[in-house]
Write a protein that binds this ligand. Structure first.
Ligand SMILES: [Zn+2]
Length: 140
């Protein structure tokens, strides 16, 4: 399933980033979901539930930021959001169609799924102790 692979790589990157920041765990994972990505939010949630156990994101919640789609029509020159026309836009209909000409149009924005903010819980300082090696010899 498409969403599994997609979520797996987002999760990988999130875990990597969280580790790099010294996280004990990830509390929330934000995903930018393009309106025209054709990716199902529910499927991503399902994939997350299946893939997150055992990772730093084990107990993380998933939050979505919806990136609105923008389209451009070469024929009439229309540029704007999807669903601006009289007909109700169906997000699952890809490619999107021009609200004026009812023909498939170019997608300018909103086709990507990207990792947004990774909210982490910092762990106890397990960072390598920066204690000075040995006692200081600056006593008189
Ligand atoms: Zn058009």
């Amino acid at each position: 399933m498409h969403e599994y692979g997609m979520l797996a790589s987002l999760l990988d990157r999130a875990v990597e980033e969280a580790r790099g920041r010294g996280a004990r765990s990830i509390t929330q994972l934000r995903i930018e979901l393009g309106e025209l990505s054709g990716v199902s939010r529910e499927a991503l949630e399902t994939a997350f539930a299946a893939l997150s156990p055992g990772t730093l994101a084990d107990r993380a919640s998933l939050a979505f930021h919806r990136v609105p789609g923008r389209i451009h029509c070469d024929v009439c020159g229309f540029t704007g959001p999807v669903g601006a026309g009289p007909e109700e836009a169906d997000e699952d209909d890809l490619p999107p169609i021009c609200p004026r000409c009812a023909i498939p149009v170019e997608i300018l924005e909103g086709r990507h799924v990207a990792l947004g903010e990774v909210v982490i819980l910092l762990g106890p300082s397990r960072a390598p102790a920066r204690a000075d090696d040995g006692p200081r010899a600056d006593r008189t």
